[in-house]
Design a protein around this ligand. Sequence first.
Ligand SMILES: Nc1ncnc2c1ncn2[C@@H]1O[C@H](COP(=O)(O)OP(=O)(O)OP(=O)(O)O)[C@@H](O)[C@H]1O
Ligand SMILES: [Mg+2]
Length: 334
Amino acid sequence: MRIAVSGSIATDHLTVFPGRFTDQLIPGQLDHVSLSFLVDDLEVRRGGVAANIAFGLGGLGLGPLLIGAVGTDFGPYEVWLKEHGVDTGGVLVSGERQTARFMCTTDQDANQIASFYAGAMTEARDIDLAALVGDGTRPDLVLVAPNDPEAMLRHTRQCRELGIPFAADPSQQLARLDGPQVRALVDGARWLFTNEYEAALLLERTGWTRDEVLDRVGTWITTLGGEGAHAARGDGTSVRVPAVPDVPVTDPTGVGDAFRAGFLAATARGLALTAATRLGCALAAEVIRTVGSQSYDATPERLLANLTAAYGTEAAAEIATRLPAGTREGGDGS
Ligand SMILES: Nc1ncnc2c1ncn2[C@@H]1O[C@H](COP(=O)(O)OP(=O)(O)OP(=O)(O)O)[C@@H](O)[C@H]1O
Ligand SMILES: [Mg+2]
C-alpha cells in the first residue's frame, strides 16, 4: 500500500539566551526596540508535520511519498529523509523562498521569543496532485496534514476528483481555518485525526455534532495525550486504547505525528482498528523519550517492548508479525 503525505516541511532553529529577556526590556523604553541577544547552543531540528509523518512511515518500511514545498536549502534534509525510506518525489523546490523555519530563543526563565517563517510552504498550493500521481504511482491513500491552507484545500479537493481515499489531519491549522474550509477538509475523509482540543475546535468550526462528523468520515481518531487514544465510527464502533505507561517525557514535540505514522502503517499492513491505534501509541512513546521529532529509532525491539508493556504479550505479537523488521515496501526512497 502506497501512502502519500501532503503537508509542511520545516526546520526548527533553537537557541538559548543565558540571561533574562526582561532585563533587556526596559519599561518606558519600549517605543524603539532594537535588541540583539548573544545566544548559545544553536540546535537545528528537522520537522514539519508531513516530514515527521513520512519519516515515521519510512522507518516502518512503508516507503511513503512526501508532498510539500521547500527551498533550495532542502538538500541535506532531503538526503536524511531518503536515508530513512521517504520518497521525496512529491517535493516542490521553490526558486525564491527558503524552507519554512521556526526560530526560537529561550532565556534562563524559560521565556521565549520566536518567529515562524512560512517561506516556501506558501508554494505548496502550486503542487498538482493529478500530475504527481499520473505516472502509475497512484497512492492508495493521501494524508492531508497542516500546510498552506490553500494547499490543504486543493489536495483534498483533488483526492475527491481523482477518487483517491484521503485522511484529514488539520491539527494546528484548525485555528486559522473557517467553517466552510474545515468542512471541505473533513467531509468524506476515510480517516480523521485530531487531539482532544482540536476535536472540540472542529465541532465549533464546522457547526456539526459529533454524530454528524462521524456520518461524514470513515473513522475519527482522537489522541488523548498521556491517556492514549480513542477511535469511533458512525456505526457505533468505539475503541479506547491506553498510552504506553511510564514513558519518560523528554520532549513531546512530534508525538501526534508519530501516532499517525504508526496508526497508518498498521492499517496499511491490514491490522484492525484497535491494533492500529496501539501501534500509533507505541511509536509515539518512542518520540516522547527523545529530543526532537525525528531522533528516534523505531526498532522492532523497542516497539515490541512498548506494545508488550501496554497491551500484553499476545497483542504485541499479533502486531509484530505484521510489521516485518527492516523491510521496505512501496518504494526504495529514490
Ligand atoms: N505522557 C505520555 N505517555 C505516553 N504516551 C503519550 C504521552 N503523551 C502522549 N502520548 C502518546 O502520543 C499520542 C499523541 O499525543 P497527543 O494527544 O498529546 O498529541 P498532540 O496533542 O497532537 O501532540 P503534538 O501536536 O504536540 O504532536 C497519544 O495518543 C499517546 O499515545
Ligand atoms: Mg498534534
